[in-house]
Design a protein around this ligand. Structure first.
Ligand code: DAH
Length: 372
């Protein structure tokens, strides 16, 4: 018994003198560890007679409790000291400049598509989408271009070798106009005979064409409004309001010229007035003003009755207007870029120069309403 007591005193002294967590751990193993003498002594209790156990147990139990408590206390003290020491040793210089973190940027086309969605959302338009791999019925036929229509040949279409189960040709859509068809069919399905529609459809389109102003893939945005009393005046106001908001200036002047598209009747080509400043086209003012000219910007018109019909709408009850614009063209005009091909080269330097910070406020967050 005195043996246990003196061993316990020695252990407590060693714990008290330990100067590192390692030394403390060694002491724990020697006492309370599986093969430590306290643990072994505890095991011997099982083999004793009740009288022997009553005599021997208190010293061992109290040795164990005292050692465990001393180990805990010393461990906490050593850890606190280590932290103090670390805090004293390590200093942070808050005046040093932060390391530059590489940061991505938003492609001008994505930025412009976001801006357009925002402008048209203010005007009550929803965003609609459709497949880039289309069939010729949606891309041409339902837009009033049957198999023999000459406009089909003008689209430089990429065709796939296969056909759909219905025997339709499969192609990469040449414009976003098939989204008009898909939107009308979906609306007519829920409301037979027709229902109001107000959508824009931004997306990629494909044509077999490549030079400084054409790339085989480019972007368009389609607009479609169908309601019971829609006329050209609504079209003109919508285009003017959209272009004023997009170019962020009030002096946008449009010129509407008669034109032809199979899917609209009448069809209108829309020009915008601009001035050349330092070799750059700046949109604004009448094209007839001194130093100004007109630039063709987009195609539009009143939805052809045959297109309404093929979309499941009753043309006796519904009218609509539609328009289609090149998104890349809009981006080049607004942000002063002159080579379309650079848009799709994937050159990081170009993107660093022309890209937009993902953390900036959208430029048009004030919205169309705020300008009215
Ligand atoms: N889809 C036409 C094209 O790609 C553009 C267009 C013209 C779209 C007139 C329209 C429209 O919706 O009404 O050349």
């Amino acid at each position: 018994m005195t043996d246990i007591t003196s061993k316990a005193e020695a252990a407590l002294a060693a714990i008290g003198a330990a100067t590192s967590l390692d030394a403390l751990e060694a002491e724990r193993l020697e006492t309370l560890g599986k093969k430590g003498w306290v643990s072994l002594a505890l095991k011997t209790l099982g083999g004793m007679s009740p009288e022997e156990r009553t005599a021997a147990a208190p010293a061992i139990q109290s040795a164990r409790a005292a050692i465990a408590e001393a180990l805990d206390a010393k461990k906490a003290a050593l850890e606190a000291a280590a932290l103090e020491e670390q805090l004293a040793r390590e200093t942070v210089d808050l005046t040093l400049p932060a390391l530059a973190a590489p940061k991505g940027s938003v492609h001008p086309v994505s930025q412009v598509m976001d801006e357009l969605a925002e402008i048209f959302a203010d005007l009550g338009f929803a965003v609609a989408t459709g497949p880039e791999i289309e069939d010729d019925w949606h891309n041409f036929t339902a837009l009033n271009m049957d198999e023999t229509h000459p406009a089909r040949a003008m689209h430089d279409t990429f065709y796939f070798p296969d056909r759909t189960p219905e025997g339709r040709e499969i192609l990469l859509r040449t414009h976003t106009s098939p989204v008009q068809v898909r939107t009308m069919l979906a609306a007519a399905q829920t409301s037979p005979g027709g229902a109001p529609v107000r959508i824009i459809a931004p997306g990629r389109v494909y044509r077999s064409d490549s030079d400084a102003t054409h790339t085989p893939m480019f972007h368009q945005i389609e607009g479609l409004v169908i309601d019971r009393d829609i006329h050209l005046g609504h079209l003109k106001w919508t285009l003017e309001t959209f272009l004023k908001a997009f170019f962020e200036r009030d002096d946008i002047v449009l010129r509407l010229r008669p034109s032809y598209f199979p899917f609209t009747e009448p069809s209108v080509e829309v020009d915008v007035g601009y001035a050349s400043e330092n070799g750059r086209r700046v949109v604004g003012g009448s094209g007839d003003a001194p130093g100004h000219a007109w630039m063709e910007l987009l195609g539009s018109g009143m939805v052809n009755a045959r297109v309404l019909q093929m979309g499941g709408f009753d043309p006796g009850q519904w009218q609509g207007f539609a328009f289609g614009v090149g998104v890349d063209r809009l981006a080049m005009l607004k942000y002063g870029m002159n080579d379309l091909r650079a848009f799709f080269d994937g050159d990081g330097r170009w993107l660093t120069h022309y890209g937009f910070s993902p953390f900036d406020q959208p430029t048009l967050s004030a919205g169309v309403g705020a300008r009215a």
